[in-house]
Design a protein around this ligand. Sequence first.
Ligand SMILES: Nc1ncnc2c1ncn2[C@@H]1O[C@H](COP(=O)(O)OP(=O)(O)O[C@H]2O[C@H](CO)[C@@H](O)[C@H](O)[C@H]2O)[C@@H](O)[C@H]1O
Length: 473
Amino acid sequence: MEIIHVSAECFPVAKAGGLGDVAGALPKYQNKLGHTAKVVMPMYRTKFLYQNEWELVHEGSQNSGSHYFNYSIIREKTNKLGFELYLVDINGLLDREKIYGYGDDTQRFLCFQIAVCDWMSRWTYKPDIVHCHDHQTGLIPFMLKNCFAFKHMADVPTVFTIHNAQYQGQFSWDKWNTLPSYDAYTWGGLDWNNAINPLASAVKCAWRVTTVSPSYLDELRYQAAGLENLMEYERGKCVGILNGIDADVWDPSKDSMIAKNYDEHDVKDGKRKNKKELCARFGLDPDKPLFTFIGRLVGEKAADVLPDAIRSSIYHHHGKVSFLILGSGEPDVEGRLEEVKDQFSGFVSTFIGYNESLSHLLYAGADFLLMPSRVEPCGLNQMYALRYGTVPMVRSTGGLKDTVRDFGEWQGFGIRFNNASVEDISYSVGRAVDLYYNKKDLYTWMRSYMMHIDHSWDASASEYIALYESVKV
Ligand SMILES: Nc1ncnc2c1ncn2[C@@H]1O[C@H](COP(=O)(O)OP(=O)(O)O[C@H]2O[C@H](CO)[C@@H](O)[C@H](O)[C@H]2O)[C@@H](O)[C@H]1O
């Protein structure tokens, strides 16, 4: 089967979060199953572009409203990622260093989607599946179905994955003519709440819709940033498939970004050495339990609660804890975390920014990984933590609920709590402190047990294939 993944991110080409991890791993695992999965994404100006060899495969031109643009498509020559990778270049729109965050993002991703549809519509054959990820690619199912220029592609099955329904990419109907012409009576396929809403449009128009965990699909029926009724209505074509992790990239026994490699047999020693390295770098005490948080510093991850939760934990547990935060996001949260760092120097440290290799060292060197997320469609961090023998401390929501069992339950290996509140986090830190200092046998057992859990993409990649088979024409 030939599967075309269309995504705004793909690790290691360009990654801002979990979407990049998924688009960089799932196709590789699908190819291992004997299929041909390819990735198409924008050609940002990232390191990966300059460090690899490319060949031009197509040039074309299109328009979005009155904006005419030329685009070109290049292919990475060696398939070094384990799949064919295609980059779409549009001068003046996609030739930027960052993935998102520009005032014209709507136009950038709209033109990207138009270019992808135009390119595919000129092939001498049709792919078996077009698999789109998140709202930046959400208009493709509508366009393939309804736009005159692509109508001969209407029988190509589309699958759409919701990685995060908080971000929908909606824009005003004033811009109705920025899409290629379509049958006027099909406008409802674009609309939600009097706006053009790419995420809602994908849910309406894709042949199948997936969420990145089963629990998240259930939650979307009552908490979907305004799309609850739509999710309920379209429930029949939706399925929750848990993300996996790329076990080649996230492997403590081979990871070149950590200070000391280890596996479940020498986890204690391996983690101690990584922790020592981290603590020396950030001025923390390696004898205390080290709690970390890695991620976007935004409300959805409950990062705003962290500063007070850290303060409270240090007071209530008599300074027996250290915290190390890696992330960037809302300036207010960044500022408040920096204040806590200054106030509790020696107990708290931060790295405000994005740093892929530091994140690996943190998964390896920390004892506990904190994820108090208010919303977590799947969450990859907790699965990386498990692989590195770091106890995940998660709020019981979405994919966190599907992947972490509390150590109070039979064969539990993590810590779960119900609220993204200072009290719940501080209480859970207390349970972790007790585990670390007083329940050493249990703690040792938990670490080696969790490292054995297989969250690699093998199982989930097959689930996607089965889903494609069910719609393949
Ligand atoms: N400052 C930083 N420095 C280095 N690395 C950083 C970093 N901030 C984040 N990361 C990395 O980005 C990834 C975050 O992935 P998540 O899945 O946890 O969240 P995200 O909200 O981005 O993804 C969305 O999509 C994914 C994929 O489907 C879902 O799992 C998730 O629930 C959903 O919100 C991890 O690889 C993490 O290590």
